[in-house]
Design a protein around this ligand. Structure first.
Ligand SMILES: [Zn+2]
Length: 222
């Protein structure tokens, strides 16, 4: 059987998906990325994704998913909804119901079109912020469903699934992409690149991981 070595990375221009892109570039001969436009608060997200794809010389697909914000208004798409963590078992206000279900399904349909067998996503269960569609069991279940739906053999890869944020920085470093990811990616809910605003839940998570990783490095080198 001929080895299929083409991959599609679900790509937002953030720390996690950019780490996944560098990971895929080491592993696969042909890599393309897909970004979803769902009326994110920050149009910069798509511009930054474009710029990174361009820097790394990969083909960039942008798919219109504006129906998602039509169906499920939330803090990522509506300025008037505040970004906050989930309390008392509630989901955070940034949760978009069904987002990864749709993103992975559309990414796999795209993979079918371009002849790729591998789909890579940066979802992660370790820093579980309560998103049910970031769980490993969900991704595995969807993988089976997608294969049945298209009578095909796609493999969804989740290289960050069991890493914490410090380990994700470690992986970026192993991939020789630490500085690039630190400076060029956008994780902040307020649309500020690199180290971000430092205040929103996303920046805090990123900064805690970065500080932990840098401390570990210091210890190893002392
Ligand atoms: Zn921020």
């Amino acid at each position: 059987m001929e080895k299929n070595n083409k991959a599609v990375v679900v790509f937002s221009g953030g720390q996690d998906s950019t780490t996944c892109l560098f990971w895929a570039l080491k592993k696969y001969d042909q890599v393309e990325v897909v970004t979803f436009d769902y009326n994110q608060r920050h149009k910069e997200e798509i511009e930054i994704a474009k710029e990174i794809a361009n820097d790394l010389n990969v083909r960039h697909h942008v798919l219109d998913m504006s129906l998602l914000s039509q169906l499920a208004p939330n803090a990522l798409t509506r300025d008037e909804i505040e970004v906050k963590d989930g309390v008392n078992g509630d989901l955070p206000s940034t949760f978009v119901p069904g987002r990864n279900l749709l993103f992975l399904s559309f990414s796999t349909i795209l993979a079918k079109q371009i002849g790729a067998k591998h789909i890579i996503t940066g979802v992660c269960e370790t820093d579980f912020s309560g998103y049910p569609d970031c769980r490993d069991v969900f991704v595995k279940s969807l993988n089976v469903t997608l294969n049945l739906s298209m009578n095909d053999q796609f493999v969804i890869h989740t290289p960050l699934m069991w890493l914490d944020k410090a380990e994700t920085w470690g992986l970026a470093d192993q991939l020789d992409a630490f500085n690039y990811i630190r400076e060029k990616t956008l994780t902040c809910y307020h649309g500020i690149r690199g180290d971000g605003c430092g205040e929103c839940p996303s920046c805090k998570l990123r900064k805690n991981g970065l500080d932990t990783y840098l401390q570990q490095l210091k210890k190893e080198n002392s």
